[in-house]
Design a protein around this ligand. Structure first.
Ligand SMILES: [Zn+2]
Length: 166
């Protein structure tokens, strides 16, 4: 199992590099990340959390003790993701993070996002994600920009003074 970086470690606040080589090493890293995520009972994990500053994460939602209401989706490896469109509507929900043990945050996310990413073979995919899956995507996407739940919740608190609810 790979060690999971905890908040306070610099790697979690660093902007990642794009993946340019779709090699066996990348696949091996994805396998190790998936295993570590499952052992830690996570529903997603991003490369910076295992000390790799590259644009890759995994979403693999299924109900477990940490997220009893999570929907089931097959593990999805996401490389070089982009959010190309999103809903104006924001929804709030509770999130935890493998890098912030024992804490939950109420976080606003776009209700849906239209995303583009590559798989481990470099093939392009485009999908529209909604609800909880959209939330996982946005959480992991934040990790690639060096944003953890600490920074995200602080941003919300600051901006909530200027913006009214629509
Ligand atoms: Zn996280």
């Amino acid at each position: 199992m790979l060690a999971i970086a905890q908040v306070g470690e610099a790697i979690l606040n660093r902007q990642v590099q794009q993946v340019t080589e779709f090699s066996a090493t990348l696949t091996q890293l994805a396998d190790n990340m998936l295993e570590s995520m499952m052992l830690a009972k996570g529903i997603g994990i991003a490369a910076p959390q295992v000390n790799q500053s590259i644009a890759m994460f995994i979403m693999a939602s299924k109900p477990n003790e940490r997220y009893p209401d999570a929907p089931y989706i097959e593990p999805c490896i996401v490389v070089n993701p982009k959010i190309i469109a999103c809903s104006d509507e924001l929804v709030s929900g509770e999130e935890g993070c493998l890098s912030i043990e024992l804490q939950r945050f109420v976080i606003l996310r776009h209700e849906w996002v239209e995303v583009r990413f590559q798989d481990l073979n470099g093939l392009e995919h485009q999908q529209t994600l909604t609800g909880f899956i959209a939330r996982i995507f946005q959480h992991e996407f934040d990790h690639l920009q060096g944003i953890t739940l600490y920074e995200r919740s602080a941003m919300q608190t600051e901006s909530s003074f200027g913006e009214d609810a629509q």
